[in-house]
Design a protein around this ligand. Structure first.
Ligand code: NDP
Ligand code: VHF
Length: 424
């Protein structure tokens, strides 16, 4: 199928065709053993290494187009592949192969009041549609995690990465075919037309779950069109709150890291909240500004450093993904948690404090997917959490929150093991 403009009906029938093939492949995959799925992933990694020249040539096409279209340095960096990054992609796939298969795990076992045995057993979700940004490694990570957990995937990456994604997808599925696993278990959307995303979001009964991984445009589309359950992986308006009892050196180091380590990732801190009774606010702001960050703050923050520009109300709801930080001075922990409740996107928030009581209140009461004590929000990552890889960071309220890896891609069924019970 080529990338051409389709009518609305065409998009619906395209998604029906892809989803039907994906569901059939998923049923075949469900019969594959742990070893067969691991072998499939190792074969995929081998083909990616063998086809490196073709994949890198495809990526160069994307990079040329990206440069011609004026993509920023940060976007080009996410798009770029080289031999080392390709090797890291192959290693990540092998890493997923070496993780335990989540399917079939008994997560709960009990005896019913009537005496029959009950087990809750992990099973795949089914066919998962994943919409994500122009970062080719996500194609391989998502494909590997879905396959390992027995799910079929319909992948829809960012348009700037189209050639890289097609080349990686071709290599990945070639590896699956070599060991007899169904190639259609991992499909790549054959068109970049955003109407096809709309059709996928509406495909209730055909697609079991959608993972949208992206920013505001995608959020708006998901809110408008979704009829399929959504595991949202959306923007990160992440906060760090420096409590009155924070260690000043630790606060400074964590705040600079949370903002400046990589400004373009969803786990980067976007707003710093400083307690009015924290004695070293000046030195924290000076360190962040000296590291090259623009500061925008309220009146009290402006008094701490002359470089702090006046924040507008929009700043508290902005994901800069850049060396810009919003700063507010809050009265106390309640003020900090109120600010977070009003402006967070539910991704990651951190408190810096030596007070166990304050830490315990913050971790217990702040309602985000990840809450941290004395650590940088930049640790919001499946690899850093020891999960092997991640589809991304789930920012919603469904069964999987924070870094989503193998377990997050499963659901469960109850298995009843009776010995002739009939209900009275
Ligand atoms: N929570 C998480 O795990 C992660 C979140 N993010 C968030 O993603 C954002 C940055 O990503 P960015 O590069 O801007 O990606 P975008 O949100 O622009 O795009 C991501 C994907 O969504 C598609 N898309 C965007 N808008 C629409 C629409 N209206 N209809 C259909 N498809 C659409 C894009 O397609 P197209 O090719 O057509 O542009 C692309 O495939 C940040 O907010 C960041 O926090 C990023 C990574 C991980
Ligand atoms: N969780 C990942 C980053 C995910 C992310 O934000 O990706 P991207 O926006 O494509 O750079 C990490 O910490 O590296």
């Amino acid at each position: 199928m080529t990338d051409k403009t389709h009518s609305k009906t065409d998009h619906t029938s395209l998604i029906t065709e892809l989803a039907t093939a994906g569901r059939l492949a998923q049923r075949k995959l469900a019969r594959a053993t742990d070893a067969e799925k691991a072998d499939g992933l190792r074969a995929a990694a081998k083909v990616i290494r063998a086809d490196a020249a073709a994949i890198l040539a495809a990526n160069e096409k994307d990079m040329d187009a990206g440069r011609a279209n004026g993509l920023t340095g940060a976007l080009l960096d996410r798009l770029k592949l080289d031999e080392d990054r390709l090797e890291a992609i192959a290693c990540a796939i092998e890493n997923v192969a070496s993780l335990p298969d989540p399917v079939g795990e008994v997560i709960d076992s009990r005896t019913s009041p009537s005496g029959f045995g009950l087990e809750r057993v992990r099973i795949p979700i089914g066919l998962i549609g994943i919409i994500y940004e122009s970062r080719p490694n996500v194609t391989a990570d998502a494909a590997a995690l879905c396959l390992r957990s027995g799910n079929a995937a319909l992948l829809r990456g960012g348009s700037e990465a189209i050639h890289s994604n097609r080349a990686l997808h071709a290599a990945f599925t070639k590896g699956l075919a070599e060991v007899g696993l169904p190639e259609k278990a991992i499909q790549l959307m054959p068109t970049q037309d955003r109407e096809a995303v709309g059709a996928m979001l509406k495909a209730a009964g055909l697609v079991d779950m959608i993972v949208p991984r992206g920013g505001k445009g995608l959020v708006a589309r998901v809110q408008q069109d979704a009829r399929v359950p959504v595991l949202a992986h959306l923007d990160g308006i992440c906060h760090t709150y420096i409590h009155a009892d924070a260690n000043p050196d630790m606060a400074r180091e964590i705040a600079v890291n949370a903002k400046m380590r990589r400004t373009g990732i969803c786990g980067a801190m976007e707003t710093l909240l400083i307690d009015a009774n924290f004695p070293a606010g000046e030195s924290v702001l000076a360190a962040i500004a000296d590291a090259g960050c623009e500061l925008r703050g309220d009146d009290r923050a402006q008094k701490l450093d002359s470089r702090v520009k006046t924040a507008t109300s929009e700043d508290w709801d902005t994901e800069y993904l850049d060396a810009i930080l919003a700063v507010s001075v809050v009265d106390d922990i309640d003020g900090a948690m109120e600010h977070i409740a009003a402006h967070s996107s539910g991704h990651t928030e951190a408190i810096i404090t030596d007070s166990d009581d304050a830490a315990s209140r913050f971790l217990g009461e702040v309602d985000s997917a990840i809450v941290m004590h004395n650590a940088s929000t930049q640790f919001a990552d499946g690899g850093e959490f020891g999960l092997g890889a991640e589809i991304g960071i789930a920012t919603g309220r469904l069964h999987a929150r924070g870094p989503v890896a193998l377990e997050g891609l499963t659901t469960y069924k109850w298995q009843v093991k009776g010995s002739g019970q009939a209900r009275p």
